[in-house]
Design a protein around this ligand. Sequence first.
Ligand code: 5GP
Length: 178
Amino acid sequence: MGDTWKLKDKSFEKYLLEEDIQAKVKELASRINIDMAGKKPLFIVVLNGAFIFASDLLKLVTIDCEIAFVKLSSYQGTHSSGVVQQIIGLDLDIKGRSIVVVEDIVDTGLTLVRFLETLREMEPAEVKVAACLLKPEAFGGKFPVDYLCFSIPNKFVVGYGLDYDGLGRNSSDIYQIV
Ligand code: 5GP
């Protein structure tokens, strides 16, 4: 991977640089440290894509907190299938807790809409969403994204945890499809 990256049949070009991503992640962590102080929040990390973002973010969260993981999936190749499957569920009691869902990218938002409904049925005190990327065009504001690094155009991206058919997660920069 250099300025361009060929993965299977697609070419990608460098789009968001590591230093800019890290600066935004730091800003988000600072805000969370203030907003969530004393609430002992539970961060629910949505696997697989959010693993690098969550790792960077949570290393900078200095307040007492817990971290859990769920695996949701609605994507095949470069398009959302629209069908959300909860693969690994949440086995914690979240009643009365402050929750921060950590997601790599919100595209149509359909994956999270369903998951947020499920969480709300479990009567948490509050549910916030932290995302590294948001595609506003496809999303249409279905729910508040409380902590966001970047809004991006409606083009497929890889890197920083995000894959194209399993490849491309292992990069500190984010690449956009050419
Ligand atoms: P949504 O349900 O919001 O349409 O899709 C959310 C999920 O689709 C994300 O968690 C991510 O796994 C995947 N996704 C959406 N857009 C992209 C993209 O541009 N690149 C990659 N690699 N995955 C994406």
